[in-house]
Write a protein that binds this ligand. Structure first.
Ligand SMILES: [Zn+2]
Length: 165
């Protein structure tokens, strides 16, 4: 992801076991504070020490966080829905400002295939109002996920345009 509003620089660690033990998707490093902020109390008590936490972004995989090659926490262990891993609405994508996949796609359909939502998020990020490390389960900027939803909406819009011709 090129657009990153939450710097994890200096927090990079070399890992040998970086693939999700359940689905083999390459994990994304998350900070301890992300798990601390988003886990339910019982799950929080089961956190091992250290910083070796990885996030699985695969939609078909129930593992949210894994640790040293083993599944650690699943969807039910978090206080929020993991939008990029669930198939039913609500699918939150931008946690700081509350945009779901549906809301983004609807905005695209309403505005002839375009939306200002990514620009609005970017403006907020620049204002220092973005707190992805404690709001978003992936622990990093949502813009990649938001832009995917924009593309999905644009594709749907184009398909609908063709139908009406
Ligand atoms: Zn997985």
């Amino acid at each position: 992801m090129s657009d990153s509003c939450c710097s994890t620089a200096g927090n990079q660690q070399k890992f040998t076991k970086t693939a999700c033990p359940q689905c083999a998707t390459e994990g994304k490093k998350v900070q301890r504070i992300t798990l601390g902020a988003l886990l339910k109390p019982d799950a929080r008590k089961r956190m091992p020490p250290g910083e070796a936490f990885l996030f699985c972004s695969s939609i078909n995989c129930p593992v949210v966080y894994f640790h040293e090659g083993k599944p650690l926490f699943g969807l039910d262990d978090l206080t929020v829905r993991v939008g990029q891993k669930v198939t039913e609405e609500p699918k939150p994508l931008c946690y700081c400002f509350g945009y779901t996949e549906k809301a983004i796609m609807e905005d695209v359909l309403k505005n002839q295939g375009k939306t200002n939502i990514p620009a609005e998020i970017t403006t907020q990020v620049k204002s220092g109002n973005c707190f992805c490390e404690v709001t978003n389960p992936q622990g990093s900027c949502c813009l990649g996920n938001v832009n995917q939803a924009v593309k999905k909406g644009a594709t749907l819009y184009q398909a609908k345009q063709k139908q009406t011709i």
